[in-house]
Design a protein around this ligand. Structure first.
Ligand code: HEC
Length: 108
């Protein structure tokens, strides 16, 4: 599979282009994130099949999470699963998920 690994650069651009983040509803975000925990189990950032690690999303900066999900949604950042996930969300739902994840305390 061909993958271009420039997430840091594209995220920096996305962040720079981002208007003041819309405030999200963390409660709704928590409900939406339920389907993500199969891969993003927050405790040790491992896939449910612990064969590969996933990026840490719990406790991340809110604007960073919004930018990451928006980039997948727009196809600027390529990853089959994450694009499929992000495409199903509205901008408000992305803000909600980011509000929830950024509120999660760092674990371990
Ligand atoms: C099938 C496994 C899987 C599922 C389900 C999944 N993710 Fe991911 N996620 C990944 C992988 C693998 C990556 C790293 C992809 C890459 O290299 O761009 C990732 C990346 C991310 C990132 C970017 C993190 C960073 O630091 O750049 C965010 C944010 C994220 N996922 C949120 C979610 C949310 C929210 C959901 C649920 C709606 C979800 N993921 C569902 C596997 C998954």
């Amino acid at each position: 599979m061909k993958r271009i690994l420039l997430p840091a650069a594209s995220l920096a651009l996305a962040l720079a282009a981002l208007p003041a983040a819309a405030s999200g509803d963390a409660e709704n975000g928590k409900a939406l994130f339920y389907t993500c925990t199969g891969c993003h189990g927050i405790e040790d950032y491992k896939n449910a099949y612990p064969t590969y690690r996933v990026p840490k999303v719990g406790g991340q900066n809110e604007a960073y999470l919004v930018a990451a999900l928006a980039a997948y949604k727009k196809g600027e950042r390529k990853h089959p699963t994450m694009q499929a996930q992000a495409e199903s969300f509205s901008d408000q739902e992305i803000a909600d998920i980011a509000a929830y994840l950024s509120s999660v305390k760092k674990q371990k």
